[in-house]
Design a protein. Structure first.
Length: 327
């Protein structure tokens, strides 16, 4: 882009960081390039200097200077392999002009990192780049399967993210846990904090005023039991802390099966051959422009293995297991 442009911030982008706003439109820009343009005053917001991490308000006018050209085809990051594009398309649970919902498989990371080159964020190239590229609105752990929702426009992504932030999204997870929780249903309010435990970082219970501690709340309901050995639980996080469900179930003394990080001797003995038994089963949230979205993901092969081992039938479950607690 060789000319100076002034672009208005869309109402659905209210609160988005300047650097993210720019990279949604010109994904080839690097963070270093954006910071340099901001420091030199070439990028301005409403006529004034702006920092790369500045939050934009709806209606703000962003001055965009001439930008470096995007890499030519074949340069920069490699194009998405056709097989990966087909795989990404095979994960679609629901799609319209504003929303994309995927059934994320266990073992697939949502975003890249050290030595992680195949992840959901990379697979989104199957839908295009720049403004055509869907945007993540929440996260799932690598080994958690189930519903993952994305926005297909900046405005839709902002509204979906806002629904999660304002707790207007109702998440229902299914989990197989060790033992039989008592009481069988309720709400656990237990702050969590990240700490180094041995040679790894974990999320552990904390005192409310402990440095770094964050409030965390999980609602739980028993769906079925295999004697006193294993319980099929429906879990609903009212907050979105990292590893919240896994850490909370361990704190209750009933860790999720197949979890090598947040487990104990009892769960390890029951988990032989099983992957993490945690599945984002159902998600209900406002559609960006109309009505309500109700999205449901079929059981993953990993969860099916756990259900078969302990004799659970997915058709036993109430689609809305938390409804009875509010009567």
């Amino acid at each position: 882009m060789r000319e100076v442009r002034t672009i208005a911030v869309d109402p659905g982008e209210d609160g988005v960081r300047l650097d993210r706003w720019l990279r949604r439109r010109w994904p080839h820009l690097t963070q270093i390039q954006i910071q340099k343009l901001a420091r030199s005053g070439q990028i301005r917001v409403d006529g004034g200097r702006a920092k790369a991490d500045q939050r934009l308000a709806a209606g703000a006018m962003v001055r965009v200077p001439p930008l470096p050209d995007a890499p030519k085809p074949g340069e920069g990051k490699p194009a998405l392999d056709p097989r990966d594009a087909a795989f990404a398309r095979s994960l679609v649970l629901y799609e319209d002009e504003e929303v994309l919902a995927l059934n994320k498989p266990s073992g697939l990371a949502v975003q890249g990192g050290t030595k992680t080159t195949r992840h959901v964020d990379r697979l989104l190239s199957a839908w295009g780049e720049g403004l055509d590229r869907p945007r993540l609105t929440h996260r799932l752990d690598r080994d958690t399967s189930g519903v993952l929702v994305l926005g297909k426009t900046p405005a839709a992504a902002a509204k979906l993210s806002g629904a999660f932030a304002r707790r207007r999204a109702e998440k229902t997870y299914w989990a197989l846990v060790a033992g039989a929780p008592k009481p069988p249903e309720g709400v656990l309010e237990l702050p969590l904090v990240k700490k180094g435990v041995g040679d790894r970082e974990m999320v552990v219970p904390a005192q409310p005023k402990e440095p770094g501690a964050e409030p965390a709340e999980t609602e739980f309901v028993t769906v079925s039991r295999a004697a006193q050995r294993v319980t099929w639980m429906a879990l609903r996080p009212h907050t979105g802390r990292t590893h919240q469900l896994r850490a909370h179930m361990l704190a209750m003394g009933h860790p999720i099966l197949g979890d090598p990080k947040y487990g104990n001797e009892a769960s390890a003995a029951l988990s032989e051959g099983l992957k993490l038994q945690l599945h984002a089963r159902r998600l209900t949230l406002p559609h960006p422009s109309r009505g309500t979205l109700i999205l449901e993901a079929p059981l993953s092969k990993e969860m099916k293995a756990g259900f078969e081992r302990f004799g659970f039938d997915e058709h036993e479950a109430d689609p809305e297991p938390f409804r009875r607690r509010r009567r």
